[in-house]
Design a protein around this ligand. Structure first.
Ligand SMILES: [Zn+2]
Length: 546
């Protein structure tokens, strides 16, 4: 008994000045960090739907947390894989190497999925959806750094409907990443992480979660007359959430699933609900936040993006999806309070990119906007090449507004440079094109405004980018298959929410411009761990409680 008291006394005397009383362990860290990413969430949605949000979701994060009101993406293109990677690595595509959801390797001409890996196999289903790994990401994540800092005692798990949104945030050293296999309706993983699904996830899969959640159909949460932030339902330019139906409430989602398969769940808010269910299962069964070290859970909500692509910003379906996400979020935060403890975890919420209004909606209201057809532009470029040089099929494709040429073919004919110049000149004659930059030639950047120039440079990776960067006028986007698409530098695609709440966070807000690359730097500083290996961001000083 006396020895025990001596130890306690010694511990009190040795207790370093300024250490947080609230910290659950001696390093002064929270029990758990939860990184939430809402796919395609624009910053203004916080305020657009504020009046209809409940108290426990977005409003709680805004009231009790710290809000960065001007978080901007500082690279191109503004798309999913790049966003998730940049949030968790604190760096940009030119350094982390994830230049797109897929990208073409210039040395071989081979196009690869950013997380595709044929060395791995699917764990949890018979499809190919698990042949994945984070190996193409060229730097560490803040989640990797936490694992390194605790000699791998911290546990890290990533959860999302999309594979890339689960895998990239969780890093190279993750204990697990789980995503939704739209072919079989099961949550799966890759042999990169394990050889067998945990029994709790097998049990969850046996509940046939997508079918269960779609069984009740999808109608608006509130009477449809209260959706005052959206145009009337069923606009002519909207795409439906499933084939052969109108884009209008109510949706018979059970019948849609029977007809089209499990992927339909991602086109409804219930995909987000399912994601919260899996996140809770992870917390409960893997006991994250219950160990001796800080654990890290990353969760990404993909349904918001799928619906944004079909409908744009101004749709009842989008408004309803955010009201339902707000409820899911409130439910998840309450779960964290109960199982980890209020004030014992740090949560942050951000987005991977934003999204534009439908171009045809903007045009109806006299606002400059338009739909670009990249396929048609490829054909036009090939025709310029045929007329000028007598060569066919020189353009491999246009991805994320970058033109990719068949370099080997053009090199063998010794016309790569003149061809590129001729095609750039042609693109500059098109009325929707603001700038065309030769990505190998820094001098061609000189007439591009500084803020766009910086984004192009940050997005350029010699082996994984295209040959020419096209910058369209604001309001224009690539409308492949009639979809609404994000990916450009403009605020609607690059201005995102960033909210921190909980352990170590000072409630408040800043309107100072911060960048997506600052998020990982801030989390690393909060946890007293090293920044990720390619980090170029800076901690957001105002967000810290001390
Ligand atoms: Zn998207």
């Amino acid at each position: 008994m006396r020895n025990w008291m001596l130890v306690l006394l010694a511990a009190l005397l040795l207790h370093p000045a300024g250490m947080r009383a609230s910290g659950p362990d001696e390093a002064g860290r929270p029990r758990l960090v939860v990184g939430l990413v809402v796919d395609q969430m624009r910053w203004d949605y916080l305020y657009r739907y504020y009046d209809k949000f409940g108290e426990g979701g977005f409003r709680r994060l805004m009231r009790d947390g710290f809000s960065c009101e001007n978080l901007m993406i500082d690279y191109l293109p503004t798309i999913t894989a790049v966003g998730h990677t940049s949030i968790f690595t604190g760096t940009v595509p030119s350094i982390h190497g994830i230049t797109g959801n897929s990208f073409t390797l210039r040395s071989t001409g081979q196009t690869v999925n950013c997380v595709g890996d044929d060395r791995e196999h699917t764990v949890g289903s018979t499809s190919h959806s698990g042949e994945r790994s984070p190996r193409r990401m060229m730097v560490t994540t803040v989640t990797d750094e936490l694992r390194l800092a605790t000699n791998f005692r911290s546990r890290v798990v990533g959860v999302a409907q999309k594979d890339r949104a689960a895998i990239l945030p969780a890093g190279h050293t993750a204990n697990a990443a789980y995503w939704f296999d739209s072919k079989t309706g099961r949550w799966v993983t890759s042999s990169y992480y394990m050889e067998q699904l945990p029994s709790w996830l097998e049990a969850y899969n046996r509940t046939d979660p997508a079918r269960r959640l779609l069984a009740g159909g999808w109608n608006t949460l509130l009477p449809i007359s209260r959706y005052t932030q959206s145009a009337a339902d069923d606009q002519p330019y909207e795409l439906p959430i499933g084939k052969g139906i109108r884009p209008a409430f109510p949706f018979d989602t059970a019948a849609l699933l029977d007809r089209e398969g499990y992927g339909v769940v991602t086109n409804t808010p219930f995909g987000n609900t399912m994601t919260v269910e899996v996140a809770k299962q992870v917390l409960e069964h893997e006991r994250l936040g219950q160990g001796t070290e800080t654990d890290f859970l990353t969760v990404s909500f993909s349904s918001t993006d799928a619906l944004g692509h079909l409908l744009g910003v101004n749709a009842v379906e989008i408004e309803d999806t955010y009201l339902r996400l707000d409820r899911d979020l409130a439910d998840f935060l309450a779960y964290l309070d109960e199982h980890v403890g209020q004030g014992q975890y740090t949560v942050f919420l951000t987005a991977d990119h934003g999204g534009p209004h439908h171009a045809r909606f903007l045009q109806e209201h006299g606002i400059p906007a338009g739909e670009w057809n990249a396929k048609e532009v490829v054909a036009a470029l090939d025709s310029v090449a045929r007329v000028r040089f007598g060569v066919d099929a020189v353009v491999q494709g246009i991805a994320s507004y970058q033109v990719l040429l068949r370099r080997a073919k053009l090199d063998s004919l010794n016309i790569y440079a003149p061809m590129k110049e001729a095609l750039a000149d042609y693109l500059r004659t098109r009325p929707e094109v603001a700038y065309v930059v030769d990505l190998d030639n820094g001098a061609s950047l000189s007439l591009v405004p500084q803020s766009i120039r910086e984004r192009i440079v940050n997005g350029y990776h010699r082996e994984r980018s295209g040959d020419l960067q096209v910058v369209l006028h604001p309001g224009w986007y690539d409308a492949a298959f009639g979809r609404v698409n994000h990916g450009v530098w403009c605020a609607y695609d690059s201005h995102l929410p960033l909210l921190f709440m909980g352990w170590g966070v000072r409630p408040g807000k800043t309107r100072r411009e911060v960048h997506m690359t600052d998020i990982a730097a801030t989390v690393a500083a909060l946890l007293h761990i090293q920044m990720p290996s390619g980090c170029v961001g800076r901690p957001i000083e105002e967000a810290f409680a001390d």
